[in-house]
Design a protein around this ligand. Sequence first.
Ligand code: PLP
Length: 408
Amino acid sequence: METAQQFSKTKMRSLSKRAEQMPYSPIRKLAPLADEAKKKGITVFHLNIGQPDIKTPKELFDAIADYKEDVLRYGPSGGLLDLRLAVVKYYRELGINIDLDNVWITTGGSEAIIFAMMAVCDAGDEILVFEPFYTNYNGFSVMSNVKLVPVTTDVEHGFHLPSAQKIEERITPRTKAILINTPNNPTGTVLTEEEMFIIYKLCKQHQLFLLSDEVYREFVYDGKSQISALSLPEIEKQVILMDSISKRFSACGARVGCLVSRNPEIMNALLRFGQARLCPPTLEQIGAIAAYQHIDEYIKPIIAEYEERRNFLFEQIKEIPGVYGHKPEGAFYTVLRLPVADADHFCRWLLSDFSYNNKTVMLAPANGFYSTPGKGADEVRIAYVLNKAQLAEALEVLKKGLEVYKSR
Ligand SMILES: Cc1ncc(COP(=O)(O)O)c(C=O)c1O
């Protein structure tokens, strides 16, 4: 047998299985092809990523500019007190009664999701999730050694939930939680009262945690509104809510999110996770406090703008032969079925081999939003984060692209 010394001389140690299994993000993986297209002078419309073009509140930048300390110190692990107070006020105004002890500020919603998974699961434990789902759940589950168990939804049913029985069939002794995301990325679907009731009953009956990703809470259209998991009775201690300012204030680069739980044991676990990573970013939290002070006047016109874009998108999509989608109820995404066998190949081809009037479009292949192999092969996710004029151009390019692709 080789000694450790002999081994070290001949071979480098291998990386972890986790590093091998960590997936590329389908949202970003085609970026090198988009860069190449841009180098050739081609304009690329980015419908692949949820980066809104909406202006961040001016007050957020002003508050950061007014910061006058000499030293940028570590802040408290759970976030600045004033931000936690602002978050409590925000929820209370939504009719959700929480206290300061229930809120923990995180470095983006992403950290909130990783912390939530790590707080409830040991390696190999399972979380039920409805696919297609926010693709980074795949990465977070690899990082935290959690097994995501998918329950598939489909475009024909507007990506709404299957029956309680179908969901229950996937619950095993290793299931620790159900993960929901409403309004949803990538589908735009908003869970109805009936669906929230199904989730509530399953969590209650099987004593499961409910991880609820509500980062798109405000973006619900047609005069409807989102039902928060925090408003479900009787399972208060089982709910962990994950939230973020990234989309609410079009402040994706701020990296400020939060976790909300009414379970003191969970809050204590978060305290220890949070202490290990010291603190969330201070300046951006100061910006977030100011943004929350102006949420009412800021958010209303933005919701209206997204609703208009959604309506526009759906009118335009009807004009593209063979494209099938449902009209999303919220967020700013939709998953479309395209008349191609391999949407991943089509998305690459759009960037590397195609342009129309020197323009092309970047989409996210939807297979990366599923965890069942083979699902979503003919689907793409579109983020309607461009203004209507640009959206119109991008959809024209997509229409032409499909024509040329099919006639190759
Ligand atoms: C559903 C969902 N959850 C969480 C996140 C992560 O948000 P953050 O930018 O706050 O990390 C995103 C970002 O796109 C998202 O779409």
